[in-house]
Design a protein around this ligand. Structure first.
Ligand SMILES: C[S@@+](CC[C@H](N)C(=O)[O-])C[C@H]1O[C@@H](n2cnc3c(N)ncnc32)[C@H](O)[C@@H]1O
Length: 387
């Protein structure tokens, strides 16, 4: 440690009265997130919540010095999770920046994430970030995607007049993105991309670290118009797309692609031998998706590496059924992890893999694996000498 670093600790001084966490989520998912938080942290107390943001307190638990909010897979519906430092509500942006820096303390942060609770509001997020980056003495050219292991100052813009300030350590991939939202979401899809499902599978591959290998075989149930199949083909897989609807010719004519124009329940099981990955993205009830997956996954000739399933929720109350669905994946001999992707709609992405299959999330080396359905005990604060 350099003399300057020893004078300027890299992480925030923990609040003494417990961990007060603030999570952002998709609008509408607040209830599902609160329910999930109560399951994951049984001692937690729900705090304030607004469209797209939920807070809760974990009593008596100081903030672990290493950040310790890499719990995205456990909370499922949380996009970004930060340790709250408080709210600022000055007269103007300049006043709020000053107040935000006071809350941030004289500590060193490696990056600044600024995002809006409600993306529909047109607020000057990039100007606020530039001001905070300058106030923190960081390079004006600093990219928004945080490096793994770095400490990030968070500013969640609640409204033009009120911001929430916090911090987190960047660990898994969503925690490296402002607000946990995949940077590709704001940009046009790459040229030639058939549908937004391309981006959804792209995010799932990166966030979960799905180890697709060239030459493996995948079957997608609900394949039309073909964005996800296109992404699988780009990963070098041989792909069967199952859907009664037509697949885009750019995918349909690809050399390693074949379409079976039928419903999932009509797929001949004897033709499923040799499939490594089962992908599902059908706009049907999750119960029907689970039945279709189970029928194939449990067929005698089938030995899957894993399943990548989108469970579309007819309404958010159905999120309460997630633990039961995850148990069904376990009954297929697979270990499930679940997350509400930033590119997804009202749905949950479940990646369930054979135990021998190693997932390699964006920053796997630092990421703490937390099984989706099991409660986790918050880590105890680890104090280092001299802090
Ligand atoms: C959201 S779209 C899929 C998007 C697609 N994954 C992509 O990458 O472009 C849902 C699809 O599910 C299909 N679908 C609905 N019920 C189905 C079933 N029982 N079997 C197969 N496909 C089904 C629909 O025809 C529709 O094309």
């Amino acid at each position: 440690m350099t003399p300057a670093e020893s004078l300027s600790p890299r992480v925030a001084e923990p609040p003494r009265s417990g961990r007060f966490l603030l999570c952002s989520c998709q609008a509408g998912a607040e209830g599902a997130l609160r329910q999930r938080a109560a399951e994951v942290f049984p001692d937690s107390r729900p705090g304030a919540w607004r469209r797209g943001a939920v807070s809760f307190r974990i009593p008596g638990e100081p903030v672990p010095e290493d950040g310790g909010v890499d719990i995205g897979f456990a909370l499922v519906f949380a996009r970004a999770t930060m340790h709250s430092l408080g709210q600022v509500a000055g007269d103007d942006d300049g006043g709020r920046i000053t107040e935000a820096c006071r809350l941030a303390g004289g500590r060193r942060y490696d990056n600044v994430h600024v995002w809006q609770r409600d993306p529909r509001a047109e607020l000057p997020g990039s100007a606020i970030r530039s001001a905070l980056v300058a106030a923190q003495g960081l390079a004006p050219t600093l990219g928004e995607v945080a490096e793994p292991g770095t400490v990030v100052l968070d500013c969640l813009i609640d409204s033009a007049e009120r911001w929430w300030i916090g911090w987190h350590r960047a660990e898994d991939l969503p925690s490296r993105w402002p607000g946990g939202v995949c940077p590709g979401l704001a940009q046009p899809l790459p040229d030639g991309t058939v549908s937004r499902a391309w981006l959804k599978l792209d995010e799932a591959i990166a966030v979960f670290g799905i180890p697709f290998r060239p030459g493996q075989r995948a079957m997608e149930l609900g394949a039309s118009p073909g964005g996800a199949c296109q992404r699988l083909l780009e990963a070098g897989l041989e792909v069967v797309g199952v859907d009664p609807a037509v697949v885009d010719p750019r995918v349909a004519t690809a050399p390693r692609f074949e379409q079976w124009r039928m419903r999932a329940r009509d797929v001949p099981l004897r033709r499923c031998a040799g499939i490594d990955w089962l992908v599902a993205d059908m706009n049907i009830d999750p119960k029907s998706t689970m039945a279709a997956l189970g029928r194939i996954a449990l067929a005698p000739a089938v030995r899957l590496q894993g399943i990548v399933a989108t469970l579309k929720l007819p309404d958010w109350s159905r999120a309460a059924e997630l633990p039961g669905w995850l148990d069904m994946f376990r009954s297929f001999g697979l270990e499930p992890r679940a997350r509400q992707l930033s590119s997804g709609g009202r749905e949950i992405c479940v990646v369930a893999t054979r135990p021998a299959v190693e997932l390699q999330p964006g920053s796997a080396a630092r990421s703490r694996r937390v099984s989706a359905a099991r409660p986790v005990t918050p880590r105890r604060a680890r104090r280092r000498p001299g802090r």
